[in-house]
Design a protein around this ligand. Structure first.
Ligand code: GDP
Ligand code: MG
Length: 297
């Protein structure tokens, strides 16, 4: 049996969370077109006859401007140091950003196998346009293998799994074969709500949002009652999140409830509130309250 940890790294927005959900066949990590959607280190588990892969989906590497930003960068670094294999995800474009150069440097010192997956090949006009991209990254960094994929369409992801198993060591199963993630259900519920807020709200608001599940209880018939708060940093943002006559909050709630029902395979009664906590992203205490605890990395 092969088994081990695969750290999924890459610039914000290249499709890391989408790829991870695709590989394990379930929605665990939230995604959006906005950078820095992922904040925590999320662990998911893929098991088949060949063995077990434990993926860690990390926040994209970026320059930290707040304590929350520092937390996100440490989460990514911790993932790399724990990994047996690095899965570096880039977009199928010849542009190499500063983030890619920083990652290339970190990988040089990591001394671990590096698999480069070139994502979003579905967006290319022609499939062979991926070749110069592969060549560019090969020059930039020490890479053991390159696999073009589309996380969104599922193109070539089986090949990617095969390559990952090739590079993983022999080892025991770390998790029970039914395990898909180490994330508690209430944390996934909070993330699903945050995803809807990210997707529906205009650009400046989402980065300052946290979601806290105040209560999540199961009724005898299996239905869930969930009370959750969306935390933001300003009154003006609160007004935007609530929307005219409560319309935005209602949309966030409806869409989040659908995803939560799919995850739990049960009905859910979701109630949302909005709270203002000025400067929470630079407060250790508040960050901890909202689920971003450095000690847990
Ligand atoms: P992350 O920040 O690296 O985790 O990126 P996400 O997984 O959140 O994805 C960022 C955006 O890219 C989302 O809008 C995804 O739908 C989109 N995306 C991810 N994978 C693909 C892909 O293979 N093809 C295309 N066209 N879009 C993708
Ligand atoms: Mg992500």
């Amino acid at each position: 049996m092969k088994s081990g940890y695969v750290a999924l790294i890459g610039r914000p927005n290249v499709g890391k969370s989408t790829l991870m959900n695709r590989l394990i066949g379930q929605k665990i990590a939230i995604t959006s077109e906005k950078p820095q959607t992922t904040r925590n280190r999320i662990v998911t588990v893929y098991t088949d006859g060949r063995g077990q892969i434990v993926f860690t989906d990390t926040p994209g590497m970026h320059r930290a401007k707040t304590k929350l930003g520092e937390y996100m960068v440490s989460a990514a670094e911790r993932s790399i140091s724990d990994a047996d294999v690095i899965l570096w995800l880039v977009e199928a474009s010849e542009y190499i950003g500063k983030g890619d150069r920083i990652i290339a440097e970190k990988l040089r010192d990591a001394g671990k196998p590096v698999i480069l997956a070139v994502n979003k090949t579905d967006a290319l006009e022609q499939r062979d346009m991926v070749l110069p991209v592969m060549a560019r990254f090969n020059e930039l960094a020490r890479i053991d293998e390159i696999v073009p994929v589309s996380a969104l369409k599922g193109y070539n992801t089986d090949e990617l799994l095969k390559v990952l198993f090739d590079y993983l060591p022999e080892g025991p199963m770390y998790f029970d074969e039914d395990t898909v993630t180490d994330q508690p259900m209430r944390q996934i519920a909070a993330e699903l709500i945050r995803e809807k807020a990210l997707r529906l709200l205009s650009d400046e608001v989402p980065h300052s949002i946290a979601v806290v599940i105040e209560r999540m209880t199961e009724r005898e018939d299996g239905m869930y009652d969930i009370d959750a708060s969306i935390v933001c940093e300003r009154d003006a943002h609160k007004a935007i999140i609530i929307g005219k006559g409560g319309s935005m909050l209602k949309r966030i709630g409806t869409e989040a409830r659908r995803d939560i029902e799919e995850m739990t395979q049960a009905k859910a009664n979701l109630k949302l509130w909005v709270k203002v906590r000025e400067g929470w992203r630079d407060s250790d205490v508040q960050m901890k309250n909202f689920g971003y605890d450095k000690k847990e990395l």
